[in-house]
Design a protein around this ligand. Structure first.
Ligand code: HXC
Length: 257
């Protein structure tokens, strides 16, 4: 049983993971990152799980890497930091991941949210990379993913001043897909998860892979990948079922084959 997470399956196909270190505003210590990466590995291997929703508390999604733990590590300690492997496992997660963000998403907390495919945020959420205030810089993908999400100017401003941005600006900039009232954030994330979980699993998988490809490849290679993926789906039973169901004016019944 994890100590720093609550894990539920609120409905078939959807795993809900809630960060639970309230005494430290869900600061990401080694134990939490280890439990989270193990949980995602489990969800990936479980064929019944289609989408994972990740959330925190009303006050904080996560206030960053655990500063108290970080203080104990010098240069060599950071070089051999076991948390790095946990971050890599989280980044490799192969199914749709939706972050429902209330309150603070700072430092490693903002970086964790950016590992998600979709971020739904409460209107009072705050996204920031305040590491510069500690004499350090983002270290879990913050410089790379933030720049890709919000563009150079805003990413520079956030990382170099350490000042957070609100959910509305985060949405305008493209970091967040939707902004909700605080009490509706998780519900909306679960609703999106449900929509995705209803679709043909192989189509979801390949469409997600193609979109992620766009983050780190040139246009021609990305288009080639898309074409291959699109062609592959033509050989699936679910594609036949999707088209047949449309013709017969009934909901499709996908099998993941
Ligand atoms: C450890 C933390 C923490 C953190 C908060 N706490 N953030 N502990 N690591 N990142 C603890 C506080 O010490 C305090 O515990 C309790 O949580 C409540 O926090 P308060 O500060 O009392 O709450 P509040 O006054 O409401 O202020 C909220 C806050 C502030 C603005 C979010 O806590 C804050 O600035 N936190 C640090 C944010 C930050 O700098 N994050 C980036 C970290 S570096 P006690 O026991 O004292 O009551 C990072 C690098 C990533 O993330 C690199 C990845 C490889």
């Amino acid at each position: 049983m994890p100590h720093t997470l609550a894990v539920q399956t609120p409905e078939p196909g959807i795993r809900l993971v809630t960060l639970q270190r309230p005494q430290a505003l869900n600061a990401l210590n080694t134990e939490l990152l280890g439990e989270l990466s193990a949980e995602l590995d489990g969800a990936e291997q479980d064929e019944a799980i289609r989408v994972v929703v990740l959330t925190g508390s009303r006050k904080a999604f996560a206030a960053g890497a655990d500063i108290k733990e970080m203080a104990e590590r010098d240069l060599v300690g950071i070089l051999d930091d076991p948390r790095q492997q946990h971050w890599q496992r989280i980044a490799r997660f192969g199914k749709p991941l939706i972050a429902a963000v209330n309150g603070y998403a700072l430092g490693g907390g903002c970086e964790l949210a950016m590992h998600a495919d979709i971020i739904v945020a409460s209107e009072d959420a705050l996204f920031g990379q305040p590491e510069i205030n500690l004499g350090i810089m983002p270290g879990a993908g913050g410089t790379q993913r933030l720049l890709r999400a919000v563009g150079k100017s805003l990413a520079m401003q956030m990382v170099l001043t350490g000042e957070p941005i609100g959910a509305r600006l985060a949405q305008q900039a493209g970091l967040v897909s939707e902004v909700t009232q605080p009490e509706l954030t998780l519900e909306r994330a679960l609703q999106i998860a449900r929509r995705i979980a209803e679709k043909a699993p192989l189509a979801v998988r390949l469409a997600r892979e193609a979109l992620l490809k766009a983050m780190d490849t040139d246009l021609a290679s990305g288009l080639r990948f898309e074409r291959h993926a699109f062609t592959l789906l033509a050989g699936t039973r679910d594609r036949d079922e999707g088209i047949r169901a449309f013709m017969e004016k009934r909901p499709p019944e996908y099998q993941g084959r």
